[in-house]
Design a protein around this ligand. Sequence first.
Ligand code: SF4
Ligand code: SF4
Length: 438
Amino acid sequence: MDLREQLRRAGVVGAGGGGFPTYAKLGRRAQIVIANGAECEPLLHKDAAIMEHRASAVVSGLLWAMKATGASRGIVALKAKRARAARAIEQAIDGSTVEICLLEDYYPAGDEVDLVFTAVGLQVPSAGIPPDVGVLVCNVETLANLAAAAEGQPVTRKTITLAGAVGSPATLTVPIGTSIRDALGAVGGVRAADPVFFVGGLMMGELTTDAQRPVTKTTAGVVVLPRAHPLVERRMRPAVAQRAVGKSACDQCRYCTELCPRYLLGYRVEPHQVMRGLGFSPAAGARWGSFGLLCSACGLCTLYSCPESLYPKEACDDAKRELGRVAASSAPRAAKPHGLRDARRVPTRALVARLGIAEYDHPAPLGADLPHPERVTLPLRQGAGTAGNPLVSPGDRVHLGQPLTAVPPDALGAPIHAPFAAVVGSVDSGHITLDRRT
Ligand code: SF4
Ligand code: SF4
């Protein structure tokens, strides 16, 4: 069977958070494949753990991806500070043509547009994607899953970091569908009276108070903070209040723009202009909103750059929602990086200090795999594309790796599989629950 079909059946999707089905990503030719281990979300360490402990799977997946796309260069990109992971990768690539690119410790090093320029000096055109310049970027865990899928193993487990106000920060591999509560139980539980959970990280993750929320194929980690933490208060501020304070307090100092990674790469992203639009009618504001359409939502402007603690990233989010994304037909334009880009990179340690999370900035070493929980909840859709159609009914007995959904052959999507032997508890339009078979 051809590799892409194997990946489609195994349900491999971007494990760094993107969730794009990998078989579709491998559908374009490329000259270079980059294994993205840059991992820049503060407090998360799961990619470092994967490279340290599954280095040969990462490199094997990279070689498979190179073969599938016709690429002649393969590069593993990771931060120089990840010394153990770098050593493991060096050993795994020994004897192959795969290269290592060691990065400095800045945010957002893992943004793929930023990474392509840093690692190979190629500028993704405005409104374009890395394949437009012949580069395929895949998260390191995705590549490890790709290697497993090439041997017939579907995606049933996920490696995540559990950090913040928890007993003992750690990185664990858990059955997909495990609840946040069960995962946190394995690291000594929560150390905050009124906790909230940043799923996917503090900068770009989602905030939830629902401890029953399941780990999916795209969950990179969970950071727990007490509700009283200033970061939580900022994130929970209602959108109407964010806009009101922005309208009255933005002094157009431009710091948000001058430190914006996309602006510094030469793209037409100027969040101060989007903020200016808050004071205009919706029609006039559209002119200013257009400066936010290529924003990557990295969050740096809101959480680091703005001295007034305003919400330029959220203003860009609004602009994207209201104006739509840059039209697919708009011709990619060449962009030219700002001369001070390197000097204006934001070091992770400065970001950690600004976020007020230094007390939580600890290693999160790989722990023992989580035993199978009593119950898992599997969303039918765990990435880009359409949800699969359930193949099982309540009461069915399923075995490890059994497909639980099927995606129509002509649709983009990824099926889900049983992460252990279980009995189907419920099936509805959004989820399948499984109870551990005793
Ligand atoms: S940094 Fe803050 S105050 Fe300055 S222009 Fe941007 S949003 Fe306005
Ligand atoms: S979130 Fe802010 S800093 Fe990040 S790309 Fe968008 S405008 Fe730039």
